[in-house]
Each structure stands twice: as structure tokens, then as C-alpha cells.
Design a protein. Structure first.
Length: 194
């Protein structure tokens, strides 16, 4: 009987282990929330995406296209976008590389000399990136020119293929240097084969 009295005198602990599990989980949640809040506040998560997006070039609508002779920041007092159909919905921002490119043709005694201009539908950030990394871009263009065969430079189709290869070479270089290419087209301003 004394055993029964002792058992009746001590109340049974219900859920004692469960209480400690809940307290431990609550502590982990609070610690995780504090760490997550700290990382968000320092920009390591969440906030850095917004900053990266603002650093990327933006597409320029055709209505904002710069036109020669227009005052900066003004609309010139009238409609500047020509009426009609066709073309892109985005503006074209052009830039001519100052110095021409001269290279030997692949497996040939001839050489090629070209002047090129580029266009982009993006804002001035792409052109500024091109200017900043012009030496690396010039090297990539020269490498692409040196891989061009004599047969390619004498046909319109071959020249179009060369333009596409130059776009790829320039964009690859800009992606490597800035994380974003943005060049849409390459145009020849001069083209001589000797």
C-alpha cells in the first residue's frame, strides 16, 4: 500500500519532453528570423536583386529615341517619331568605333580593312560599356576577322554572316566584362579587301 500512496503523492508529469521540444523549436525560429533579417538588411539576400536590376541597361522605347538636332531632354516642340508601320518598338542607339580594323584573311594572302558601327535597343549604359572595354572588344573583332575566309568577304551573304559573328564576338566580350551584352547589330561603314 505504501507504494500506492507514494505513486498517488507524486503527480505524473504530462508532456514534459514535448515542452522542451517546443521551446527549442521556438528558439530556432527566433534565431533563424534574426539571421534572415540581418542578411536582408545587409543586402546579401532580397535587396541585392533590386540593385542589380537598376544597374542593368533598360530598353528604350521608340518614343524616347534621340534624334540629331533635338535639344536634350525636350521633345523639340512637336512629334518627332515618323508615322508609319514597321521597325522595332524600341529605339536604336548607334555608336561608330573610331579606328578601322585591319586583319589578314584566313588561309589567304589578302587582308581586310573594315570600319564598323554598332546599334543597341538599350540605353547609353551599353555604349558606355563598349567604350570602357573598347580594347577588349577590338581584340575580339580582330580575332573574328582573322577567322574569315576570302570566299566570305566577296558575297553579300558572307558579309551578313560576318556581321552576325561580330555581334556575337562583341556581346561575348561585354558579357564577360560587364555581365550584359546588348549589341543588336553591326554595320560596316567601310569595307576593303586587298
Amino acid at each position: 500500500m505504501s507504494d500506492n500512496k507514494e505513486a498517488a503523492a507524486k503527480p505524473k508529469k504530462k508532456g514534459g519532453a514535448m515542452k522542451w521540444v517546443l521551446i527549442g523549436m521556438g528558439g530556432l525560429i527566433l534565431a533563424g528570423g534574426g539571421i534572415g533579417g540581418g542578411l536582408y538588411a545587409t543586402g546579401m539576400i532580397g535587396g541585392s536583386h533590386e540593385k542589380a536590376e537598376s544597374d542593368r541597361p533598360r530598353l528604350v522605347p521608340r518614343s524616347e529615341q534621340k534624334r540629331p538636332g533635338e535639344p536634350e531632354g525636350g521633345d523639340g516642340g512637336g512629334e518627332t517619331t515618323p508615322e508609319g508601320e514597321g521597325g522595332s518598338e524600341f529605339a536604336s542607339n548607334y555608336y561608330t568605333l573610331e579606328k578601322e580594323f585591319t586583319s589578314n584573311l584566313a588561309d589567304s594572302v589578302h587582308f581586310i580593312q573594315v570600319g564598323i558601327a554598332v546599334s543597341t535597343p538599350y540605353d547609353d549604359k551599353v555604349i558606355n560599356n563598349l567604350k570602357t572595354h573598347e580594347i577588349a572588344v577590338r581584340s575580339a573583332v580582330l580575332m573574328a576577322l582573322s577567322e574569315t575566309s576570302e570566299d566570305q568577304v566577296f558575297t553579300a551573304q558572307g558579309k551578313q554572316q560576318l556581321e552576325k559573328r561580330l555581334v556575337k564576338a562583341i556581346n561575348d566580350t561585354l558579357k564577360q566584362k560587364e555581365g550584359f551584352g546588348g549589341i543588336g547589330n553591326v554595320y560596316f561603314t567601310n569595307f576593303v579587301v586587298q
